[in-house]
Design a protein around this ligand. Structure first.
Ligand SMILES: NC(=O)c1ccc[n+]([C@@H]2O[C@H](COP(=O)([O-])OP(=O)(O)OC[C@H]3O[C@@H](n4cnc5c(N)ncnc54)[C@H](O)[C@@H]3O)[C@@H](O)[C@H]2O)c1
Length: 352
């Protein structure tokens, strides 16, 4: 496993270095053959050199690495997030990471919802412009672009993944009544692809109604398929149902190449950056998703188990109502991992 590590900005610079020693410990215990190198792509470099994703970065990533562990991007000194778009969207599109898997486990139901978000198209393609930027004549346009090829391969991948993990229900989230062109393309493809998966029961919901039902009772949902924008928004609701943004992680993958980018759902959290209190749980869970992706499910399970125990202890970070810091949280996780490896005492199934 050759991993490119990009801490990025804000709390990304705190949580990513805090999580790496746990990966090293798991490497020693499970023989993961893990190597990683850290890259300084983020706001500082953008402000110093005007460089976001350096020239040749995508070639380097595809030849020398198999995955990226990312912190977060975002800095108040760059209000238009130009560097973040170049790096994050550059990686997603440049590596064709069109599947974004954002599982979340609501604390009331303890049943994981597998949310899949299309990751490269839709309103995030950057097509559009402005005619006069301010004043009464201002016009601003962002185009939503979807291609049949991408939606088909995305939906097919999600349905296969859901079926293979024993899921029975899948919901397409859309807004085809108000956004008919792309909405109807998604519906048509979803219905057609679903006919090849007899094990799955499909449903379709307007995104507004879906959000309402999800917040009231998430238990009927097992698999959820959404476009780029809707998936982005819904996943923050998922994080809230888990107990906070500090808990939710995601995997962006290209099924054809196997390449993956693993990161927390949260951003750079400028309001708490530098205070040492950021919750590293989400980034550590992203690392667990990475281990799963490479077939190291035992190592992933050990990490999840330790994280679950720590997040319910006193050293939980303040966002979870605890008194811990990023450092004491991960120190506790490491202690549990070490104890687990010597006496195998903790065999419980983890849940966030
Ligand atoms: N993938 C990414 O890199 C990504 C995602 C979302 C936002 N952003 C960027 O991050 C910056 C800040 O965005 P925002 O404030 O809207 O969202 P945010 O996710 O950074 O923070 C939202 C709230 O959640 C809290 N929070 C987030 N992560 C936490 C953690 N690990 N531990 C404890 N509390 C946590 C923050 O303190 C804040 O109150 C912006 O520049 C935004 O564009 C980047």
């Amino acid at each position: 496993m050759r991993i490119a590590v990009v801490p990025g900005d804000g709390i990304g610079l705190e949580v990513v270095p805090a999580v790496l020693p746990a990966l090293t410990l798991l490497d020693d215990r499970f023989g993961l053959d893990l190597t990683y190198e850290t890259f300084d792509w983020g706001a500082e470099r953008w402000l110093d050199e005007g460089v976001g994703l350096p020239p040749g970065a995508l070639d380097l990533l595809t030849t020398d690495y198999q995955a990226i562990l990312l912190g977060a991007l975002g800095d108040p000194r760059i209000p238009d997030m130009a560097h973040g778009r170049e790096i994050l969207l550059g990686l997603r599109r440049g590596l064709d990471l069109y599947v974004n898997h954002r599982p979340f486990t609501p604390r009331d139901t303890r049943q994981t919802v597998d949310l899949f978000r299309e990751n490269t198209q839709g309103l995030y393609v950057g097509v559009g412009g402005t005619v006069a930027q301010s004043g009464r004549t201002a016009v601003a346009i962002d185009e939503c672009v979807y291609t049949r090829e991408t939606v088909e391969k995305f939906v097919r991948y999600c349905l296969r993944a859901l079926r293979d993990s024993g899921r029975e229900r899948v919901t397409l989230v859309h807004k085809s009544n108000a956004v008919p062109h792309t909405g109807q393309l998604w519906q048509e493809i979803f219905r057609t692809e679903l006919t090849h998966f007899a094990e799955l029961r499909g449903a379709e919901e307007y995104v507004d109604s879906f959000c309402y039902h999800l917040v009231r009772d998430p238990s009927p949902y097992e698999g959820v398929i959404a476009s780029n924008l809707f998936g982005d928004i819904v996943s923050d609701i998922g994080a809230a149902l888990m107990g906070g943004l500090g808990l939710a992680a995601s995997a962006s993958i290209c099924p054809e190449t196997g390449y993956g980018l693993f990161e927390a759902v949260h951003g750079s959290a400028p309001d708490i950056a530098g205070k040492g209190v950021a919750n590293p749980y989400a980034t550590a869970t992203a690392a667990a998703l990475m281990l799963d992706h490479f077939g190291h499910s035992e190592a992933a399970l050990a990490l999840r188990r330790a994280l679950t125990a720590t997040v319910h202890s006193d050293v939980a970070t303040p966002d979870m109502g605890g008194h811990g810091t990023t450092t004491t949280f991960m120190a506790d996780v490491m202690e549990r991992l070490e104890k687990d490896s010597t006496d195998g005492s903790d065999r419980s199934e983890p849940h966030a």
